[in-house]
Design a protein around this ligand. Structure first.
Ligand SMILES: [Fe+2]
Ligand SMILES: [Fe+2]
Length: 138
């Protein structure tokens, strides 16, 4: 049923937010070269935003009487800015698809609070995607 579906989506959401938060922070630390200088701050800012997403989603799960998970999805860091860009674009696209699905399920359930949260987070992910796509340009 829709409520079980929402719980599963929220668990997946928290897991992936934790994973990308760590991935982007390590990319920030590892960024080298001229391109690295340019992307470092963007990655750090995104890492912090993702951790805030994890917090907000976990907070909402607790309000719904659900235990937020602690185990991240696989963390992929990469070795250079081009790879960071490829991995991060992939992650953001996955997040956008998952959160659009979350919004649909929330609408079905009439859960406006969770829906508003996902809409807010979705906007951030679209911004991240736009920024990371720039990493791939020469
Ligand atoms: Fe996020
Ligand atoms: Fe993101």
């Amino acid at each position: 049923m829709a409520l079980d579906r929402l719980r599963k989506i929220m668990e997946d959401s928290v897991r992936r937010e934790i994973a990308v938060s760590i991935a982007y922070l390590w990319q920030h630390v590892k960024a080298r070269g001229i391109k690295g200088v340019v992307v470092r701050d963007i990655l750090k800012e995104a890492a912090i935003e993702e951790m805030k997403h994890a917090e907000a989603l976990a907070e909402r799960m607790v309000q719904l009487d659900w235990e937020p998970p602690t185990d991240p999805t696989p963390i992929r860091v990469g070795t250079n800015v081009k790879e960071f860009g490829q991995l991060d674009v992939e992650e953001e696209k996955k997040a956008i698809a998952l959160y659009e699905e979350a919004i649909k399920v929330c609408r079905e359930l009439g859960d406006d609070v969770t829906m508003m949260l996902y809409i807010k987070i979705l906007k951030d992910e679209v911004d991240h995607l736009t920024e990371f796509e720039n990493f791939l340009e020469d």
